[in-house]
Structure formats: C-alpha cells, structure tokens
Design a protein around this ligand. Sequence first.
Ligand code: TA6
Length: 349
Amino acid sequence: MGSCVFSLAVIMSEAKSIETVSLSHRTGKSSLQVSLFGATVTSWKIFKTEMLFLSKKASLDGSRAIRGGIPLVFPQFGPGKLKQHGFARTQLWEHVSTDHDLASGDVHAVFKLTSNDATRAEWPHDFELTYAVTLGMTNLITQLTCVNTGETDFDFTALLHTYFHVEDIAKATVSGLGKVAYLDNTDEKKQKMQVSPVLTFEGEVDRIFLRDVKDESTGTARMRYDDLISIGDGGNADVVVKAVNFKDLVVWNPGASKSASMPDMEEEGYKRFVCVEVGSVAKPVSLKPKASWSAGQNLTLRILQSGTEEARRVYGRESVPGVDNLPILDRIVGIKKKDPAADNKADPK
Ligand code: TA6
C-alpha cells in the first residue's frame, strides 16, 4: 500500500468540532468525505457529481444522526429497546488508517468503534466495530465488521442506510426486485411480493426486501447476490448496488408529508433521494464470544448505452478498471451527469 495521503479537515460548529476525513482518488476523478460522527460518509463524488443526498438541514455538529450520506445502523434496525437505528451512527468513531493503492489509485480508509461506557449503558455487550471504505474511480465499497470481544453471545441487526441522490423522485426507479418478497412498513409490515421489476415512487415507500424468502415453485431465492439492483433517475447512468453478505435490502422514500415533518429534512427533500439500504434486519445476526461477522456493499456507477460516447471522451477509453466484471451489456464508463457548477476546463483529457 502507498503512503498515507489525506487531509483532515476540522469542521467547527457551535456545539463542537467534528472531524471529517477527506479522501481523493489518485486520478482526481472521485472523492469521499467521512465524518467521524457515526463514521458517516457524507459525500461521494465521481467527477465532481455528488452521488449521495445530504439534507441541507442535516446536523453535522454531533447533535443528532446525520440526515443523509450513509449512516451506519447497529446494533438495532428501526425502533425497539434501543433508540431508533441504534447508537453506531451517533458515536464518535476513531480514524485508524488511510492508504493509497498505487496500482489502481484507489483509496482505502478504516474507522473503528469500540464498546464504551455509553454503549454498554444502552447495550450491555463488548464489541469492536471496524468500517472499511474503499474509493475507486467509479465505485465505492463500504464494509462493516463486528467482533464480539465479550464473554457472552449477542444478537444484532445492522444496515448501511445509503441516501442516493436523484434528480427527481418522479423519475426515480429501483430495478431488479421483481418477484422478491418484502415487508411493507407502510402497511403494518404485511408480507407482500414486488410484482413489477421496476419500483417507482408515488408517495411513501418503506419496504424490507427479504433474501431468504424462496420461490415456492423453484425453491430458489428471488434476490440473489449476483442480481443487479440499480437506482436510476431517467439520466444516462445508474448506480448498481451489490450486497456482500447482507441478507436484506430496504427501499425507502418518506413521501411529501413525512418529509415535511422531519426537522432535519430540507424543503421537499424527498424529491431528491432514494434510500436503498443493504442490511441484515429481518432476522438478527448472532455472534458468540470472539466470533466476527462482516458484510458490505459495492456501489458502482454504470453509464447506460447512451452515455458511452460522452464517457469515451471523458475517460478516453471504453471501460474503467475494476468494474468490467459486472454482468452487464454496457461498459462502465464516464459520469452520471454534468454538475452545472463543474468547471469544464477541469475535465480530464
Ligand atoms: O430505513 C428505513 C427507515 O427505517 C424508515 O422507516 C425511516 O424511519 C428511515 O429509516 C429513517 O429513520 P431515521 O431514524 O433516520 O429518521
């Protein structure tokens, strides 16, 4: 691994200063920001285009969970004995390391949260959580690992609560979930089946898609790890979400009225994001003392056929290393859409 090259920007705020780790890909074509508050990824840019949604009213001073980016949910998904979504996203994490991979230019950073008096007061178990993020030129891998460092078994649920930016919720789609069973959080968690292969958003959507529910006739899982689940918004690109060892997948958009009721949600914020969240939430994960568990996601920008020409111009080649293995017709190339503020002169030749 190469030398550590990163900048530690300290964002002062009226409450307290929360450190943010800034990472940039060696090619300069992608960047990442990670707040040590919850080890929350707050920005993922590919060629100056922001891929994530962060509410303009999000609290970045540690006073509450960050509304947007990729909040970490552990040890409890949703409401329950602990506060909603558990404490991992509101604890101050330690930045352990940052390294560059000289060959690919990818940047790898590791963050850590160890059980402490505050977490034990809520959840009487000892653990060590590490969160590893790898920034590629057009992909982002985030991986959560939990080690039971105590003397007793414990159960937990966990999820990566990713807010994907979309231009307009009216054009947003989540594809690849056709015939997958889900629990409908907007209808007393009733189990239903997603009929259409393309999920669209008219009003609140809050669905927990279940990998373990098999097709009665074939006995095979309807949501397989090599399925391509993608978020599109009518543009010339989409983002492919590949889960690694997470059993379930939540799709959420609050709709207009719930969005308006959230104090840290910007005006009509629901129009500009779709949450697609890999997690193990339907059934808890059990961990014996000294055992470890790990799960993550690989998020990859995919330029659709229409974008190939633009991408060839931008990248000077048809495919981007490291993502050619996705079983898709089109090569992975280029950018999602021009950021109007982007300085065209900065375009790589
Ligand atoms: O992941 C979907 C969900 O559980 C929704 O039910 C909604 O509560 C959302 O998370 C946001 O939760 P938060 O605690 O961040 O406001």
